[in-house]
Write a protein of this length. Structure first.
Length: 179
């Protein structure tokens, strides 16, 4: 099965259908396998978001957070940042490229699934970038939440731009598959 079939797979309601989702890159492989019943879109998306949110260092490393916020929705600035291997290591770039192409494909079916690039950015921005907590008490969840809230709009706009302009920002790669 190919990416173009993503929407169709998620719309099927046939019980007892095996479902396999694989997201690969150089050192990590995320494999999600469901045998009974076929999962809903939210199940797979929640597992992926949870995986990325639980990483100690987000895909956009803490040390490039301020530069990322300065880029805002500027496509050229975002491309320069993600192509800088000091700021975004190659394995992070590979995951981000694959994920953004995947999210772009999901957004192509927004008339059915209601997941526009903007809606996807709201769901994903906190999983991909997090406010550095070195200057604050990292055990205080309220302080962390307030720090993220002040940049939430910009973060959402950045992720929306990454999804909408994925062809201009990332090299095309197919590092995920659905079977």
């Amino acid at each position: 099965m190919f990416v173009s079939d993503v929407c169709l797979v998620f719309e099927m309601e046939t019980p007892f259908t095996p479902f396999f989702f694989s997201f690969r890159h150089t050192q990590h492989s995320i494999n999600i396998f469901f045998l009974f019943p076929l999962p809903r879109t939210g199940t797979v998306a929640s597992l992926l978001k949870m995986y990325f949110r639980e990483l100690k260092e987000p895909l956009f490393p803490f040390h490039c957070y301020d530069d990322l916020i300065k880029c805002g929705p500027d496509v050229k600035a975002l491309k320069a940042l993600v192509c800088d291997r000091y700021k975004v290591p190659q394995e992070n770039y590979d995951i981000l490229a694959s994920l953004m192409y995947f999210l772009k494909d999901i957004s192509k079916h927004s008339d059915v699934n209601k997941m526009t690039p903007n809606a996807l950015s709201i769901c994903w921005s906190q999983s991909l970038m997090r406010t550095p907590t070195t200057d604050m008490d990292s055990s205080d969840p309220t302080a962390i939440l307030m720090a993220f809230a002040k940049d939430a709009g910009v973060c959402n706009t950045i992720v929306e731009t990454l999804i909408e302009d994925v062809n201009e920002i990332f090299e095309e790669r197919l590092l995920y598959s659905m079977l």
